[in-house]
Write a protein that binds this ligand. Structure first.
Ligand SMILES: [Fe+2]
Length: 287
């Protein structure tokens, strides 16, 4: 995978054409904040009040206790760094909030998002084709530094509140001591690192960006990242696979299949080659 590491800040762009986005960011594996593609986030349908009155039938079990959506929103609104709301709390945006999210324009990171294709079976998509809606509050942060499972690109669109995203380029992987079985997660606590245990982490160079409502961050496949919230937060995350990260995605899928279904792993290798040709041909017909 190609990537550049000599960047010290993340670009913020509006009016970016599909071609410029693909050539300048996706192909170079560089994160970027797109500021003008999610005006829908200002709709009153995404206010905590609207969600509480229209979706209170939804619930989540947290530490053995069932919380209604209203209770979850109240927990997130009351969150402080000393008394944090549980995080992450996620829902399936398209299934649970179909009225709000159905039909919203998707930001394409290439000619298509192969995860949405009927050619990719659910066995291979492994639930990465969900739109995840995250609720959070002041002081919440993602529990581990990680790169997104199966080497997908991520679209993080901020709906409410502000969120810091801290990113590290993929060439810094050795500094994160990834777990052998779950190699997309790091055991390093980046806020209070144990340098005796993880001395190489001293070399890690982070880039931080802050997302505001209506802004979308493109996180290229393989970039390590975590998040920190400043207030009540509502964020939707969408995974993408295109020509650029297809091999990464299928190689990660192969490793995963080898662990869980060793006898079927060879199928993933064949599928990778055959489907790559089919997707490339199909996409060559798209402008
Ligand atoms: Fe992530």
């Amino acid at each position: 995978m190609k990537f550049r590491t000599n960047i010290s800040k993340i670009d913020r762009c509006s009016g970016l054409s599909k071609k410029a986005f693909y050539n300048n960011y996706v192909k170079s594996s560089l994160p970027v904040v797109i500021t003008d593609k999610a005006e829908w986030t200002s709709s009153e349908k995404f206010t905590p009040e609207y969600l509480k009155s229209n979706y209170n039938h939804l619930s989540k079990t947290i530490d053995g206790k069932i919380y209604s959506l209203s209770e979850i929103i109240d927990l997130c609104k009351a969150s402080t760094p000393e008394n944090k709301a549980p995080y992450p709390i996620t829902f399936d945006a398209l299934k649970d909030f179909s009225e709000n999210f159905g039909g919203l324009p998707e930001i394409l990171f290439g000619k298509s998002n192969r995860l949405n294709s009927r050619l990719l079976s659910n066995f291979f998509a492994k639930h990465t084709n969900k739109h995840e809606l995250f609720f959070g509050g002041y002081g919440c942060s993602f529990p581990t530094v990680h790169f997104d499972w199966l080497g997908v690109h991520s679209q993080i669109t901020q709906i409410k509140g502000e969120k810091d995203v801290i990113l590290y380029s993929p060439d810094q992987t050795p500094y994160f001591y990834p777990d052998k079985r779950h190699h997309h997660r790091s055991p390093v606590d980046i806020v209070n690192p144990d340098y005796d245990k993880f001395p190489l982490f001293k070399n890690a160079k982070a880039i931080k960006t802050t997302l505001k409502p209506g802004e979308t961050l493109f996180v290229p496949a393989g970039w390590w990242h975590t998040t920190y919230m400043h207030d009540f937060n509502l964020t939707v995350a969408v995974s993408h696979v295109n020509a650029f990260n297809w091999n990464f995605f299928m190689d990660e899928l192969y490793l995963n299949t080898k662990i869980h279904y060793p006898k079927l792993a060879w199928m993933v290798k064949v599928y990778k080659v055959v489907m790559s040709k089919i997707f490339n041909l199909k996409e060559s017909l798209v402008n």
